[in-house]
Design a protein around this ligand. Structure first.
Ligand code: HEC
Length: 246
């Protein structure tokens, strides 16, 4: 029994290694040339990718969807899904994340949704909207960046979404600046916050004694929804209802 478990473990590890080796080869061909991210993610003309503390979701989303307005293309539309999965696993390994997922599983088609909800999903992750897209700050259906906590209550209408109150957003004052902040953690030594001044939110760390955090903020959720019209927002709400886990 024990031996069987060990064998299975060894097989899983070997499989993970194989994914990483293939991911490394694909990375070297696709991402590592002198103009881009460099061998083993050390950086070139494009940013360093190794040891950046990226999460697997973030890497996955960025590789698939690209970064609008930059030289980073959306490989999700040009490479087979299995290959994208292996590249993601490799870049994740450069950030200390063991290959957890099976890239072959990632190659499965996305869950079938009713037409309007499917349109909403496209819009939620739409790279063309730049950092205004919902996925810049919300993780849903296993994709996107979880800046805000998971969406617990889906607003009934576009109007309700536009007038959403955001009680968690506070005003942080540091040495010579004051900005809207979403507190990630607050300890006796350090405070970690997302600075919401302009999208994308930036994760910042301060010494606890050097800052004050006050309730309330001038920040409005509506300010980041400007890239969508009402019909698009109601499609997005359909999508959120379809994937919500009550
Ligand atoms: C720039 C970041 C950002 C973008 C872009 C953004 N949001 Fe948000 N959203 C937030 C923050 C921050 C909160 C949480 C504020 C709070 O809880 O006080 C929030 C809260 C929400 C909530 C309420 C969550 C709950 O559980 O009640 C919903 C719903 C929501 N957003 C939907 C959307 C949708 C849909 C989009 C795209 C059309 C979007 N958001 C785009 C930052 C963003």
């Amino acid at each position: 029994m024990r031996a069987a478990v060990l064998l299975l473990l060894a097989a899983a590890l070997a499989c993970g290694q194989d994914v990483l080796t293939r991911g490394a080869n694909l990375y070297n061909q696709t991402c590592a040339n002198g103009y881009c991210h460099g061998p083993r993610g050390v950086g070139g003309s494009a940013p360093r990718l190794a040891a950046r503390g990226f999460s697997e979701e973030y890497i996955s989303q960025t590789v698939r969807r690209g970064i609008p307005g930059t030289a980073m293309p959306a490989f999700g539309t040009t490479l087979p899904r299995g290959e994208v999965g292996m590249i993601v696993a490799y870049v994740a390994s450069l950030n200390g994340i063991a290959p957890s997922r099976n890239p072959v599983r990632e190659a499965e088609p996305e869950k079938k949704l009713p037409a309007e909800a499917a349109r909403g999903r496209e819009l939620f992750f739409d790279a063309v909207r730049g950092f205004g897209r919902c996925a810049t700050c919300h993780e849903t259906d296993g994709m996107g960046i979880p800046v805000a906590s998971p969406i617990a209550k889906v607003p009934a209408s576009a109007a309700e979404l536009r007038s959403l109150a955001t009680p968690q957003v506070r005003t942080m004052t540091a040495a010579d600046e004051s900005f809207p902040a979403l507190v990630v953690s607050q300890g006796s030594k350090q405070v970690k916050v997302f600075d919401l001044t302009s999208p994308p939110p930036v994760l910042r760390t301060f010494a606890s004694g050097a800052v004050t955090v006050k309730e309330g903020s001038q920040w409005r959720h509506a300010s980041v929804l400007a890239v969508y019209n009402d019909s698009e927002l109601s499609a997005i709400l359909d999508f959120l209802r379809a994937v919500a886990h009550p």
